[in-house]
Structure formats: structure tokens, C-alpha cells
Design a binder for this molecule. Structure first.
Ligand code: CA
Ligand code: CA
Ligand code: CA
Length: 124
């Protein structure tokens, strides 16, 4: 047992440690440019739509009703991250309208909870 541990320790000591990268790879530079509401979530009044990445709100809340189409001023969204569309309510809990992993430019649909939104992601 002891010999095995000693051998393992010896083995570890010969492992060369790769230098730690000075800084992370640059982001792909994706941005959110547009949001379209094909079907709002709330039955009465406008939705209070907002977009969340990693628990932080990156856009909104903005009032949206069915048929609304709004330009967004190039809000950065990191590639590979999960983008969640939320709808604010009070006093009951906010509604999760869907979550999508942002893999590149394109239209992302959020259709949970009876809603239908399309968020456009473009190269920044
Ligand atoms: Ca709601
Ligand atoms: Ca609401
Ligand atoms: Ca709710």
C-alpha cells in the first residue's frame, strides 16, 4: 500500500504543469438585436418581458403585447450560455417562457407557458 502511494507520488512529481492561460479566449461577440412577441403570456395587460443569463437580467423588463416587435440596442450575450426569457408578475411568481443555449447568430423561440416570443441574435 505504502509503496503504491510512493510510486504515485513519484509519478505526480514528474508531471509537467501546463502554464495557466494569461486570459480567457475572446468572446465571439454575439449580440441580441431584436425581440418579437407572437403571443403574450399574460391574459390581461402587457407582459413584462426580460432576458436572463447566469441569473442576471441582461435586458428588460420591457412591456410587450401580442404583435409587438422591438429592436434591442446590441445587448451582448456570451456564446454557449443559456438565455432565459422571463415574464414579470406580481404578486405571483414570474413566469419562465423558455431557455435556449445561444450557439450562434439566429432566431431563438421561447414558447413555454403558452407564450411565443422570438429573440434574434446576431454577430456584434
Ligand atoms: Ca404572467
Ligand atoms: Ca406579467
Ligand atoms: Ca406568474
Amino acid at each position: 500500500m505504502f509503496r503504491i502511494l510512493a510510486a504515485a507520488a513519484l509519478g505526480l512529481s514528474t508531471v509537467t504543469v501546463a502554464p495557466v492561460a494569461a486570459h480567457a479566449a475572446p468572446q465571439a461577440g454575439l449580440v441580441i438585436t431584436h425581440i418579437k412577441c407572437n403571443e403574450q403570456e399574460d391574459n390581461t395587460g402587457a407582459d413584462d418581458a426580460y432576458l436572463v443569463v447566469d441569473g442576471s437580467t441582461i435586458w428588460g423588463p420591457v412591456q410587450m403585447t401580442t404583435g409587438d416587435s422591438k429592436d434591442i440596442q446590441n445587448v451582448a450575450v456570451p456564446q454557449g450560455k443559456v438565455l432565459t426569457l422571463m415574464e414579470g408578475d406580481w404578486p405571483d411568481d414570474d413566469d419562465n417562457l423558455g431557455a435556449k443555449t445561444v450557439n450562434g447568430p439566429g432566431d431563438y423561440s421561447f414558447t413555454d407557458d403558452g407564450a411565443n416570443y422570438v429573440v434574434t441574435v446576431a454577430n456584434g
